[in-house]
Design a protein around this ligand. Sequence first.
Ligand SMILES: Nc1ncnc2c1ncn2[C@@H]1O[C@H](COP(=O)(O)OP(=O)(O)OP(=O)(O)O)[C@@H](O)[C@H]1O
Ligand SMILES: [Mg+2]
Length: 582
Amino acid sequence: MHRFTPVLEILRRHRPALYLGLLCILVTQAAYMTIPRLIQVAVDSLKVVPLDPDLVPRTALLVLGIAAVRAVSQYWMRWLIVGVSRKMESELRSRVFEHLSRLHFGWFDTARTGDVLSRLTADIEAVRMPVGPGIMYLVNTAVAVPAALAVMWSYSPRLTLLVLVPLAATAVFTKVFSPLVHRASVAMQEGQADLASRAQESFAGVRVVKSYAREEAEVAAFRAQGEDYSRRVLAFVKSRILMGPAFFLLEGAGMLLILWVGGGMVGRGEMTEGEFLAFNIYNLMLLWPMIALGWVVSLFQRGAASMDRINEVLDARPDVADAPGALPLHRPRGEVEVRNLDFSFGKGPPALRGISFRIPAGRTLAVIGPTGSGKSTLLSLLPRLYRVPDGTVFLDGADVNSIRLADLRRAVAVVPQETFLFSASIRENVGWGFEEGPPPGAAERAAEASRISVDVERFPGRFDTLLGERGVNLSGGQKQRVAIARALAMDAPVLVLDDCLSSVDAGTEEEILLNLREATRHRTTLLVSHRIAAVRHADEILFLEGGMIVERGTHEELLARGGRYADLARLQRLQGEIEAAS
Ligand SMILES: Nc1ncnc2c1ncn2[C@@H]1O[C@H](COP(=O)(O)OP(=O)(O)OP(=O)(O)O)[C@@H](O)[C@H]1O
Ligand SMILES: [Mg+2]
């Protein structure tokens, strides 16, 4: 596959406009090429006695008419070709975005947001340039140069051959220079992505930056990165601006040759004054297309560098996708089973080892254990956020790998450990899982069950209060409850709660979870918490440590066993007593 294949695929759909645009280039150039010829005829006719009194006005009118034709066709040429390039840009950007949104979770674990953003913006713009202005000037040059040379040849083959010397030098020069421009342009695009990542991270982490009083250091780091980028840009600019003056120099040398040799020819009567004048005008007309050629080459170089970065995204294959013949899920009951599951992230050490359990539909399983023991990893495998080994995780008896991904994810509503809310209203955030908005009353019921409705009553716009940049900011616990409401509103048969009440106090967590039990009586629930009080009501509790289940049973069974769970329970009871006493 050629690197520009994605672009060509899009251009193919816009063929009519593109062809029409190319036709306009031909008309524009044809009109342009006739003007020196007209001037030649006029100049040579000036010597004819008696002088035709209409000659000058007639020529002037003709030139004017041709200029008008050229203006109109030039307008359409730009409009059509630049228009196609803009449409290509927009379609390519949507395609990259669509592909990004299909990529698996793991891809984003290692991607830098700023870098991804710069691929979506600056790189796509850099790919547009060769398509729009690039094609336009390239075709222009391809038409203008041979046409002008042909007319010049008809005046004097010898003089034309002389013109070819600097032209050939220009071509060689371009060939030598373009790899330099290409390298400089790759370095520049990378520098831009680094700069964007730096700024993005600094703002995303603004709380940390401020609370550690690291503003100065951030500013210094940004400045250093900015200077590095600026150096790369200057290197690119240097490689490019060297081309322009070099062309002018070659052209000047060419002109000198023509004046010298051509002047002699006119003196000897081998060429008329009019022809010599026209020849010089044609020669000047060659200059711009040749300079444009150098510029176009650099546009293609830059576009190629950016296209490679875009292709890196387009070539990334989603690690998690529908298997061939994946089955739809009809009215899932919500029975979950895990059989002898081992899992590692990439080539890392195993994060889960030999995990097995079964949750009958509608029951609750809780997972507790020290930090880093693999609780979140376990929960993320049920909706297949990462690649699940075959034959290990089942929903209603079917291997999750055989179920259509969209159906599976609709059947499993997840409240992740790290809350993320969109800059939208609370209502929109709660109804996020529905493409066309939640069914009437569903968002309100979910808000009631997650106990966020009490807080919502106090906000200026109630349920329609905007969050984030343009509205109110919620406390950690409030955010978590909006996130719970979002999952509840989905009315999915399986509910996954990953330590989603860590920001509320222990008493409130237990109370909300008990309240949730009412709302989710018919749902299978997988619950992770660090608190005994939150997990004690579960039908079964797993104690995870180092990716393995070290204890399992009901709250009473585990207490009676006197192991890790009982230790934790004792510790937390003591902590509670100390807090109550103080
Ligand atoms: N995306 C990831 N890529 C690589 N390793 C990961 C990734 N996510 C987690 N891990 C590793 O897997 C192990 C289990 O992490 P996990 O997040 O499941 O722990 P946890 O039990 O949820 O902890 P906590 O109680 O702190 O939330 C850890 O050693 C962690 O470093
Ligand atoms: Mg976790």
